[in-house]
Design a protein. Structure first.
Lengths: 200, 271
């Protein structure tokens, strides 16, 4: 019971404090430690203080709640990456654009929105299935490009739109789908090196 | 260019952060500030560091080792004969780095042991030693640098090879010292750095662990994906802290409050 209370207090503290401000440097580490032992946070942050610190820092930078960031910031191959739906929601609610719309013919897709300040229609780069094939995104094991190409086209079109017109929202991070698509082929294993050395 | 810097100049450069810098940030930003920015830190010539450089040179660049290093003669400097031998020695080897006979032998023994290991020999047969790389980390904007010991190709894939001399190169022993010295952070930092600087994928980061006493056993290790991912999270956390400190020019130390002193975790786990 006491542990639960401590975890809740830690969550409340980071909701209100600027966790990584320097006056709070040591505090931030302790908050990350407490938070990472909480059952309320996603699995990839549990017991992982470095990941939790990164999420706290990003939450502070974009002015979002650390818990929301942790729900939407996935650690793929050790890199923080946003869920695509979070990017779309963030673009829709940032106040600079109308809600994102997708123009798709099943083989290609682009995200469009109206810039509210100027009334100008803004178009993101077109993403195509051909691009997914030639970039090697569609050939990864378990790739969603094979099973849900429509959704993947929209997700990638939103990521491209965001990166071009609202990079401050993406903060240079990829979406989790991008992180999976560009992950190096095959696991780095000692077995892999052993067979490479015997083949060389 | 960083690439043209000598070893000493490379370590003195503060416009880019290295893995050693990240280790200090991990300890506390105040430690980083003291060593790299305060101007108060005096580099002490440490015997361990000197021998470390010599061993690296003997293993990775044997031709350079033969040219630059030599063993100091074992003489009694108080005798006339000893003084004469020394004077002749200095005349014969004016610009060399002198190691005492024991350390010189150790370097050669370590180099021999690595060369005799078929896997290590294969890895070191062809490649580039001590290439300096620099890059800007895409997520924090921090300028970074690294100097991989050796970069090689195996069956068409690129590997970074790092030589570590150690008291214990066994799987269990090396795993402990590797974690203590944060080699997982080094592996991830170097692999990502190479990709960012050269645009080329690195397949893996291999450690050649060699014991520094007889029988000079050698063992090779490689961190797999999970460990590399953890190392990546660790260095990213350090870079974020460093970026904050740089931005505000504030370099905090430990807690400014009285802290509860806890028992080590391996004890509390058993309670």
């Amino acid at each position: 019971m006491e542990k639960k209370e401590t975890q809740t207090q830690a969550v409340e503290q980071v909701e209100t404090a600027a966790p990584l401000s320097l006056s709070n440097f040591d505090h931030a580490q302790r908050v990350a430690k407490a938070l990472s032992s909480s059952d309320l946070i996603p699995q990839s942050y549990r017991g992982n203080i470095p990941n939790t610190l990164v999420a706290l820092e990003i939450a502070q930078r974009i002015g979002a709640s650390p818990l929301m960031v942790m729900q939407n910031l996935h650690v793929i191959h050790g890199r923080p990456s946003w869920s695509s739906s979070f990017i779309i929601a963030a673009l829709n609610s940032c106040g600079r654009f109308s809600a994102l719309k997708f123009i798709s013919d099943g083989k290609s897709c682009k995200a469009v929105a109206t810039e509210l300040a100027t009334g100008e229609l803004i178009e993101g780069p077109t993403v195509t299935l051909e691009m997914a094939a030639s970039e090697g995104w569609a050939t990864k094991a378990g790739s969603k490009w094979k099973t849900m190409p429509d959704l993947m086209l929209r997700y990638r079109a939103a990521a491209f739109f965001g990166r071009l017109y609202a990079p401050e929202i993406l903060m240079g991070l990829q979406t989790q789908e991008e992180a999976r698509d560009i992950a190096p082929e095959g696991p780095k294993t000692s077995e892999g090196l052993n067979s490479a050395l015997s083949a060389d | 260019m960083l690439n043209e810097l000598s070893n000493l100049e490379y370590h003195k450069d503060t416009s880019h952060i290295s893995k050693s810098g990240l280790d200090l940030i991990e300890k506390s930003p105040a430690h980083y500030f003291y060593k790299y920015l305060s101007g108060e830190y005096q580099e002490k010539s440490s015997k361990a560091l000197e021998i470390g450089s010599a061993v690296h040179c003997a293993v990775l660049e044997p031709e350079r080792f033969a040219l630059e290093y030599c063993a100091f003669p074992d003489v009694d400097r108080r005798t006339k004969e000893g003084k004469e031998t020394l004077a002749a020695f200095y005349l014969e080897h004016p610009d060399k780095i002198y190691l005492n006979a024991e350390d010189f032998t150790q370097c050669l023994k370590v180099a021999e042991a690595v060369k005799a290991n078929p896997l290590a020999a294969k890895l070191l047969a062809q490649g580039e030693a001590e290439t300096t790389i620099s890059w800007q980390d895409s997520q924090t904007g921090v300028n970074c640098k690294a100097r991989p010991d050796f970069v090689t190709y195996v069956n068409g894939s690129r590997y970074i090879v790092d030589l570590k001399t150690t008291e214990d190169a066994s799987k269990h022993g090396f795993s402990r010292s590797a974690f203590k010295y944060r080699y997982h952070v080094q592996a991830a930092f170097y692999c990502d750095g190479w990709k960012a600087c050269k645009g080329e994928e690195v397949e893996g980061f291999v450690f050649i662990a060699v014991e520094k006493s007889a029988p000079y056993l050698v063992s090779l290790y490689l961190y797999e994906n999970q460990e590399l991912s953890y190392g990546r999270s660790c260095y990213l956390a350090n870079l974020l802290t460093y970026a904050h400190c740089l931005e505000s020019n504030t370099w905090p130390g430990y807690s400014d409050k009285v802290e509860a002193l806890l028992l080590p975790e391996y004890i509390t786990k058993t309670l």
